[in-house]
Every structure is written in structure tokens, then in C-alpha cells.
Design a protein. Structure first.
Length: 190
């Protein structure tokens, strides 16, 4: 299925937006690598296949909708109580969702082809905008996949640590998005 020019809406009904964390420090074996999924997010993708520079991407994620969907590694399995504690820490101590309810991305440059493209833009977390680049591709079936590395400290986020710093969340997290593009104005929300 070839990528068609047009404006597309994206969100949980068309795909997934997930964050993958890693761990570091002397106590890394005790912690978990987490997969965190955004439950509430919206976006718009403008595709211009003849001139990719005229393409664009915008995203808005409700920071409070981030949920731990998987925890791998660690000495013991991640419990429901652990998930709830991690989510509360994300909302209250890391992302301050009461003051900063949204995380946004606005592209500035789109380049490449459906087989391999880059999207440069500004990611705003905690009210601070910083540049970030995503790389991606479009599958033969029309699924768009993108990935960006986000170094938390660039946005003033101190990576979570425990056990007096022996267990730390790695500063770099990876954000993956996988969506099927549906034309704007279609689907259940139209």
C-alpha cells in the first residue's frame, strides 16, 4: 500500500505510542526495564510525497495517561502495586502533570522517503522545548513506524534513582510510535 498525500489524524485508535526505559548503576539487576504506553494522545500528519519538506507532524500526549504496561528483568516480577507506585512517581515527581498536563511535539523539518525518513522538531516536556529527531519508515502495508531517543536531563528531568543511587533509570529513553494513517475526518470520532 503506497503512502498517499493528505492530512491524517493519529491517536490510540490508530496505533501505539510507547516509551522504553533502561536501568543503570550498581543495583541495576534489582530494577526493571519498563514499557510505558500513552493512553491519551492525538496528532496530525501531513504527507506530501513529492516534496517531503512540506510534510509535518504534530503530537500532544496527556502526560497523566502514561501507564506501565510491562516490566522486564529485575530480581522479582513487577507487581500491580509496583506499577501503581511508578505511575504515581511519574505523574507527581517526574512530569508534574498538575502543572504540565501535556507533552507536545511539533516538526520543523521532514526529509527522506517512505522507506527511510527523518522528522526533526521541538519536543516540549515540563514547559521546556528542545530539539529532537525521529527516524522512521512506512511498511508495505502502510504502517508508519518512528523512533526517537530522548535524553531526559536535557529537559531538566533527573532520572529516577533508588537505593541511594545504586539503582538508576538510564538518562536516555526511547520513544516508539507505530500508527496506521487514516484520513482526517474519518473513523469513529468524525
Amino acid at each position: 500500500m503506497a503512502l498517499q498525500d493528505g492530512t491524517y489524524r493519529i491517536g490510540p485508535d490508530s496505533g501505539r505510542l510507547v516509551v522504553h526505559t533502561g536501568r543503570t548503576g550498581l543495583g541495576a539487576k534489582a530494577g526493571h526495564d519498563l514499557t510505558i504506553e500513552a493512553g491519551a494522545w492525538t496528532g496530525s500528519v501531513v504527507v506530501n510525497t513529492k516534496d517531503p519538506a512540506l510534510s509535518s507532524v504534530t503530537l500532544e500526549i496527556e502526560a497523566g495517561s502514561l501507564r506501565v504496561v510491562e516490566g522486564t528483568g529485575g530480581v522479582k516480577p513487577l507487581t500491580d502495586s509496583d506499577r501503581a507506585d511508578i505511575e504515581a512517581t511519574m505523574r507527581e515527581k517526574i512530569l508534574s502533570t498538575d502543572r504540565h498536563p501535556a507533552i507536545t511535539f511539533r516538526s520543523t523539518v521532514v526529509a527522506g522517503s517512505p522507506d527511510s525518513f527523518t522528522v526533526d522538531g521541538e519536543l516540549t516536556i515540563l514547559g521546556t522545548g528542545r530539539p529532537v529527531q525521529a527516524r522512521g519508515n512506512v511498511s508495505a502495508e502502510g504502517t508508519v513506524r518512528g523512533r526517537a531517543a530522548v535524553v531526559q536531563s536535557r529537559w531538566g528531568i533527573k532520572p529516577y534513582s533508588a537505593f541511594f543511587g545504586a539503582l538508576k533509570l538510564a538518562d536516555e529513553v526511547v520513544v516508539d510510535i507505530e500508527v496506521t494513517l487514516a484520513p482526517a475526518g474519518t473513523g469513529p470520532d468524525a
